[in-house]
Design a protein around this ligand. Structure first.
Ligand code: NAD
Length: 696
């Protein structure tokens, strides 16, 4: 058992003790039941408090049981026992009461909490729903319209807000256990009846007639293609329309449907992948990050501005260097507008906007960089400009300062060679918009020192990003794989698909937008210019011929109101373009291609398997440590749908590696032997009947 029962006057205390986070293991469940039994048997016990030792209330399910499956008694039975218990029960919450933790608290008559405690039902993030009565009790306790958003978002709620919602009965300022015991005695002495959450009723008629239908439509839009959120609406509708016991049965059914859905497995993979990604093999033991108290960013353009905001957001001063006063003012203007937009949405106060702007120190002089602990360069993407910058940095940066580049494709080793301190250089590759996207690709150069790598990972955490370490190669993990994705989309249009078909299929698959639309958004001229610097062998010219023609006609994408699509000024809605149609016809004629019907399935297979095949090379070369790291890169850097687990998980679980290899071999015959050459790593895995997990 992981807990004990003790008596404090007339109050029984069930003290759960299962470090580190009081996960609701079998031992915890047994000790709660045991405590209830002792309390029931003792006539002297007038009320019971459930509290936890250590740093938190029960923070959720026992992750170890995810894999083995839980043992009886299951949590819903334990909560049902709490519900049936005849004496007043008080949950005393500190730290976090998430998932099953909150469901246990909802099985009690009352909940008291410390001011900094948090509650929440995060199950939706793992593709399931609260399965121990959460969907039935929370709406009964606080009303359907308040409960449904809490369960759908899965986000933590701070105690004062939870009290406002009606989840918490009292916020405790002093000693939690003492106050909870006093509260329990008070309730027991009052002689009043003690409300059971399960016995509260919901007045369905008080909700708008179309409430649940409207919520389903809203959820379909906001949580596109996701399975669990729709089931959550179903479960809460059951709470509003069925007796409690029937609602519980419905919750169980819906819970099992979610658990059996592949999305749950994919989302749980993401959960574990995110925890795995920070583990860096071969990092010497005891390596400590260097302190980062001040930062400098060079270049205040699209990326530099967003990067600087990340630091200002967490209170770290940032020196922002540009080549001209005009560039500085433009950059600062964009940052201010971003902050003001957040303020208009109520996310920041006017004072916070000024505070953050005040942390930005604009300059035109490299001298002002001399105290920075970390300097991140985000200037134009050419080696020549990077060389200029790093040469100057070496003159001014203090010893031990970390010199990072935000380059998308260029070699970190080449950049490091511009300074006599390559050990201090690495890539810190942010994704656009840099103040929003959660990914930070951290590129280790050949000579990057271990503590520099450790510092970059620590910085990622500080600015609330997910850091993924990558090796040095053209495009690192994400952009290297993206080349296969973009190439196939270009070829598919050439062979007969329309841009609209390609983009719709990718969007329906779950991507935030299709790749051609993404090209229009980023600017088709960016790829065009970068190809001018590459050897023509490095890419498939046919795949970019249409895009090149569009750029040469001045159609660079949204910024010129035309690219693959037409755009009305000031409107980002892509519209099919007659001009592009004609360019496509001309390029097809140029290559003697007769367009054919292309199936949606071929679009999915070619775009994503091309990406996965390169992903296997990225793994084979050690550019990524793990397949799950690649998944994280795609989820947080490119908006790959989390419910598919990432491209590598998708290939392994939705397609199957053997099947994927067979299709890749097929495309090597029908599309291109060069670009579809199967990765030897994939061939090896299939030959051995193994999966990505076998690679460690
Ligand atoms: P940008 O053109 O918007 O901004 C570059 C800024 O750097 C300009 O404001 C320019 O005035 C300034 N600059 C140029 N030379 C300078 C110098 N010597 N000293 C100081 N400032 C100088 O470009 P961007 O899109 O922000 O890209 C910057 C870097 O980030 C590039 O390496 C790019 O590959 C990389 N990157 C871009 C994206 C993206 O989506 N735009 C994403 C990830 C990485």
């Amino acid at each position: 058992m992981s807990g004990r029962f003790e008596k404090r006057g007339h109050v029984g205390v069930i003290l759960v003790d299962n470090p580190p986070v009081n996960a609701i293991s079998l031992g915890v469940r047994l000790s709660i039941l045991d405590g209830l039994k002792q309390a029931a048997a003792d006539a002297d016990v007038k009320a019971v408090v459930i509290a936890c030792a250590g740093r938190t209330f029960m923070a959720g399910a026992d992750i170890a049981e995810f894999k083995t499956g839980p043992k009886e008694p299951f949590l819903p039975e334990v909560v049902a026992e709490l519900d049936r218990f005849g004496k007043p029960l008080v949950a005393a919450i500190h730290g976090t009461a998430f998932g099953g933790g909150l469901e246990i608290a909802l099985g009690c008559n009352y909940r008291v909490a410390t001011r900094d405690a948090k509650v929440g039902l995060p199950e939706v993030k793992l593709g399931i729903l609260p399965g121990a009565g959460g969907t039935q009790r929370l709406p009964r306790l606080i009303g359907v319209e308040k409960a449904l958003p809490v369960i759908l978002s899965g986000d933590p709620i701070l105690a004062p807000k939870a009290a406002e919602l009606g989840i918490i009965d009292r916020i405790v300022e002093g000693d939690l256990l003492e106050e909870a015991i006093a509260f329990a005695s008070e309730k027991a002495a009052s002689g009043a009846s003690h409300p059971r959450v399960s016995e509260k009723t919901i007045d369905r008629a008080a909700l708008p007639e179309t409430y649940f239908e409207d919520m389903r439509k809203q959820v379909a839009k906001e949580k596109r293609n996701l399975f669990a959120p729709q089931r959550i609406v179903d479960a809460v509708e059951a709470a509003a329309t069925l007796p409690f016991a029937d609602g519980m049965a419905r919750e169980r059914q819906l819970f099992l449907a979610c658990a059996a859905n592949p999305q749950a497995r994919a989302l749980q993979h993401v959960f574990f992948a995110e925890r795995q990604v920070a583990k860096i093999p071969n990092l010497p033991e005891g390596v400590t990050p260097r302190p980062v108290r001040s930062v400098a960013v060079i270049g205040a353009g699209t990326m530099g501005g967003g990067i600087a905001m990340n630091f200002a957001n967490v209170g770290i001063p940032v020196t922002l260097l540009e080549v001209s006063q005009e560039g500085l003012e433009r950059g600062l203007g964009v940052i201010r507008r971003n902050y003001e937009r957040s303020a208009a949405r109520g996310k920041l106060t006017a004072a916070q906007v000024e505070e953050r702007m005040g942390l930005l120190r604009p300059t035109l002089s490299y001298d002002d960089l001399k105290d920075a602990d970390l300097i991140i360069e985000a200037v134009f993407e050419t080696l020549e400009v990077k060389k200029q910058v790093f040469t100057q940095l070496d003159w001014v940066a203090k010893p031990g300062a970390i010199l990072a580049s935000n380059t998308s494709y260029l070699s970190i080793d080449t950049i490091a060679s511009y300074t006599p301190r390559p050990q201090d250089v690495l890539g810190m590759h942010f994704f656009s918009p840099a103040n929003v996207m959660k990914l930070l690709e951290i590129v280790r150069g050949e000579k990057t020192a271990p503590d520099v790598l450790a510092t970059a990972l620590a910085v990622a955490r500080t600015i609330r990003k997910v850091g993924v370490v990558a090796g040095n190669c053209h495009g690192f993990i994400g952009n290297r794989m993206l080349q296969g994705y973009g190439r196939e989309a270009g070829l598919l249009v050439l062979e007969g698909a329309s841009p609209q078909q390609v983009d719709k299929v990718l969007y329906d698959f779950g991507m935030p937008m299709g790749v051609l639309q993404m090209g229009d958004l980023a600017g088709l001229d960016i790829g065009y210019r970068s190809r001018k610097d590459q050897s023509p062998d490095a890419y498939e010219p046919k795949a970019v011929r249409i895009a090149d023609r569009l750029v040469e006609m001045g159609r660079c994408g949204q910024k010129t109101n035309g690219g693959y699509y037409d755009y009305e000024p000031g409107d980002r809605t892509p519209r099919p373009s007659a001009v592009t149609r004609q360019v496509i016809d001309e390029v097809r004629a140029e290559y003697g291609i007769t367009p054919r019907e292309i199936s949606d399935q071929e679009i999915i297979e070619r775009c994503f398997l091309a990406m996965v095949n390169i992903g296997c090379e990225v793994l084979r070369e050690g550019i990524a440590y793990r397949a799950s790291d690649i998944d994280i890169v795609y989820l947080y850097g490119y908006g790959f749908p989390a419910y598919r687990g990432g491209p590598m998980f998708w290939a392994e679980n939705e397609i199957g590696l053997a099947n994927a290899l067979e299709k890749i071999r097929g495309y090597a015959e029908t599309v291109s032997a060069r670009w579809w050459k199967p990765s030897p790593l994939l061939e090896q895995l299939v030959a051995d009947g193994k999966g990505f997990a076998s690679l460690g």
